[in-house]
Design a protein around this ligand. Structure first.
Ligand SMILES: Nc1ncnc2c1ncn2[C@@H]1O[C@H](COP(=O)(O)OP(=O)(O)OP(=O)(O)O)[C@@H](O)[C@H]1O
Ligand SMILES: [Mg+2]
Length: 226
C-alpha cells in the first residue's frame, strides 16, 4: 500500500530522512515513533506528496508519487484521510459542517451528505454535538471530530500526525482505540507519535526513527526504548 525505497530528504544542510525503506500492507496499523526532529512529519508529508524526496522511490498503491501530475494530485489526496495534532478545524462552522465540508467539495447530494456525516458522528460518539461549534468542545472531542472528518470521504489510508499530542493519556487512549476501530473496517492506519506510552496502548507494528534513519521495525509486542 505504501512503499519507501531508500528515501532521502534533505532541507538545505539538514538531512530529515536518510536511506529509509519500508513497506506497509493494505489494512495494516503502523506506529511511527521517534523523538522530536526524527523525521516523522517529513515522512508523512512525503506520503501526502506535499514535498518530494531528494532521492529514492515512494509508491502508494501502484502509484509512483513522482509520476503524479499536479492535475491528478487532488484525486490522489482523496485516498488519504489526515488527522493533525492541532485539529485544523474551522471554528466558525458547526461540528456537522466541519465534517460535511469534505463531501461538499465533491458535489454530493445534501441528503447523502447528512446520512454519511450523521453515521460517522455516531461512530465517534458525537452525534449529539452535531450543532455545536468547536469552541464548545473539549480537546478529546475536537480530535474525534477530526477523525470523523478524515474518514467521512472513505479514504483507503488514514494518517495521523501526533493526534494525541495535546491530550491526556485517558483521552489519548480513546483516540487510539477509535483509530484501531477504523483500522478494523479495513483501512490502513499510520500514526506518528513521540510517546512510547501511547504506542504500548495497542499491540501493533512499530517503526522507530531516529535522526532520519529507521533504527527498528518491530512487528508486534510491547515496545521499550532501546
Ligand atoms: N521545511 C523544512 N525546512 C528545513 N528543515 C526542515 C523542514 N521540515 C523539517 N525540517 C527538519 O527536518 C528534521 C525532521 O523534522 P520533522 O518535522 O520530520 O521531525 P518530527 O519527527 O516530526 O519531529 P516532532 O516530533 O517535533 O514533530 C528536523 O531537523 C527539522 O528541523
Ligand atoms: Mg512532527
Amino acid at each position: 500500500m505504501v512503499k519507501f525505497e531508500n528515501v532521502t530528504k534533505t532541507f538545505g544542510s539538514t538531512t530529515a530522512l536518510k536511506g529509509v525503506s519500508f513497506a506497509i500492507k493494505s489494512g495494516e496499523f503502523v506506529f511511527i515513533i521517534g523523538p522530536s526532529g526524527a523525521g516523522k512529519s517529513t515522512l508523512i508529508k512525503l506520503i501526502l506528496r506535499e514535498i518530494s524526496p531528494t532521492d529514492g522511490l515512494i509508491k502508494v498503491k501502484e502509484n509512483n508519487l513522482q509520476e503524479i501530475t499536479k492535475k491528478n494530485l487532488p484525486e490522489y489526496r482523496k485516498k488519504i484521510g489526515m488527522v493533525f495534532q492541532d485539529f485544523k478545524l474551522l471554528f466558525d462552522r458547526t461540528v456537522f459542517e466541519n465534517v460535511a465540508l469534505a463531501l461538499r467539495v465533491s458535489g454530493e447530494k445534501e441528503e447523502e451528505i447528512s446520512r454519511k456525516v450523521e453515521n460517522i458522528l455516531e461512530l465517534v460518539s458525537l452525534k449529539d454535538r452535531m450543532d455545536f461549534f468547536p469552541s464548545q468542545l473539549s480537546g478529546g472531542e475536537l480530535q474525534r471530530i477530526c477523525l470523523a472528518r478524515a474518514v467521512v470521504g472513505e479514504p483507503e489510508i488514514i494518517i495521523a500526525d501526533e493526534p494525541t499530542g495535546n491530550l491526556d493519556l485517558g483521552t489519548a487512549r480513546q483516540i487510539v482505540n477509535l483509530l484501531k476501530k477504523i483500522n478494523e473496517t479495513g483501512k490502513t492506519v499510520i500514526m506518528a507519535t513521540h510517546n512510547f506510552e501511547i504506542v504500548n496502548l495497542l499491540n501493533q507494528r512499530v517503526i522507530e526513527l531516529n535522526k532520519g534513519k529507521i533504527v527498528s521495525d518491530k512487528e508486534k509486542g510491547k515496545y521499550h526504548l532501546a
